[in-house]
Design a protein around this ligand. Structure first.
Ligand SMILES: NC(=O)c1ccc[n+]([C@@H]2O[C@H](COP(=O)([O-])OP(=O)(O)OC[C@H]3O[C@@H](n4cnc5c(N)ncnc54)[C@H](OP(=O)(O)O)[C@@H]3O)[C@@H](O)[C@H]2O)c1
Length: 307
């Protein structure tokens, strides 16, 4: 197996504790720093974008992040690394529909370094796999997909009362649960995070999108650090604009622009691996909603889930 060339660290102003990476991971990525655990989870985002700002080609069979980066190995490694340090990985149902056979674990996205990822989690005192969290308002999910039925990776479906009523009645392994986190048609990021926190201790939460879900996390001021892979590709858009950018369904600028701070730049060939930090309450404009949202309700029956 050909070993990966180290990413070139062009700039790194990240702060916090150095994550104890194995020599093999440190050789390729360089130092990874994360803040010490605090009163709320540290929320990371991870996305890949083309030079013209497209994050999904929106073409059947070619709408995942891999089509954006050209399945670049360094990008897979960075995704794996972030999943390896995460207690939970959150995705919206749209992202699951784009890659229905996916599992949000480090090993799944970059099996070449599965041993290093497993050892890292052990060293960090984390269970073998991060909690996979799927957010859905409508509850229109295929519960036979691997993410729900693996029996190995814990999964939490976070939904509305209406969505829970619509979840199919399918026998699921004990590793899968559903919670009702809100009464309205959509969930707030506060409600999603409260559901995740109610499921156990979660110091590092990774949001892998898609554009609608991450828009909510940005909008409520929760996204602390964004890891953005910039792929040297121009994807193009039709005039109808069906190819989304990083955020969908929310408008920030010009009234409430969200300005980030460059924290890191790494280079792997012609791909750039950027890290930006965002303030908790961007520009003092967005006030963070109360973190003490009503705890979600969970009930599991043999036949499925009900609110
Ligand atoms: N390039 C990248 O790095 C990257 C990363 C992630 C995703 N993507 C791409 O983005 C595309 C999907 O875009 P998307 O915006 O549809 O993704 P998404 O945000 O994952 O999915 C939207 C769906 O997720 C659920 N959802 C999201 N936020 C919710 C909220 N606050 N409350 C309740 N439900 C919520 C809803 O599901 P229901 O419809 O079930 O109610 C909603 O229709 C895919 O092609 C995917 O591959 C790209």
């Amino acid at each position: 197996m050909r070993s990966l060339r180290p990413l070139e660290v062009l700039f790194d102003r990240s702060r916090g504790r150095r994550v104890p990476l194995s020599p093999a991971l440190a050789r390729v990525y360089g130092p990874l720093r994360l803040p010490r655990p605090s009163r709320r989870p540290f929320v990371l985002g991870n996305f890949a974008s083309t030079l013209d700002g497209v994050v999904s080609l929106n073409v059947p069979g070619a709408s995942g992040g891999g089509d954006i980066t050209g399945f670049e190995a360094h990008d897979r490694l960075v995704m794996g690394l972030l999943r390896a340090v995460a207690d939970a990985v959150i995705v919206g149902a749209g992202t699951l529909r784009a890659v229905p056979r996916h599992l949000w674990t480090a090993e799944h996205v970059f099996p070449r370094m599965c041993r290093e990822f497993a050892e890292l989690r052990l060293r960090l005192g984390k269970p073998a796999f991060p909690l996979n969290v799927v957010v859905t308002a409508r509850g229109n999910l295929d519960l036979t997909l691997p993410v729900f039925s693996s029996g190995a990776v814990p999964v939490l479906i976070v939904t509305t009362a209406r969505g829970a009523g619509r979840l199919p009645s399918t026998d699921l392994p004990p590793t899968a649960r559903a919670v009702v986190a809100g009464r309205s048609d959509r969930l707030t990021a506060t409600e999603v995070l409260a559901a995740v926190r109610a499921a156990g201790r979660h110091d590092v939460v990774l949001v892998e999108g898609g554009p609608h879900l991450i828009g909510d996390f940005f909008g409520e001021g929760y996204l602390d650090d964004l890891f953005l892979t910039l792929a040297p590709q121009i994807a193009g858009r039709e005039a109808s604009g069906k190819r989304p950018g990083l955020v969908a369904g929310r408008i920030f600028a010009p009234d409430h622009p969200l300005w980030g701070t460059l924290v890191g730049v790494r280079r792997g060939g012609s791909h750039l691996y950027l890290r930006f930090g965002f303030p908790e309450s961007p520009g003092g404009v967005h006030t963070r909603p109360s973190k003490t949202a009503t705890p979600p309700r969970t009930r599991r029956t043999a036949a499925g889930f009900h609110p």
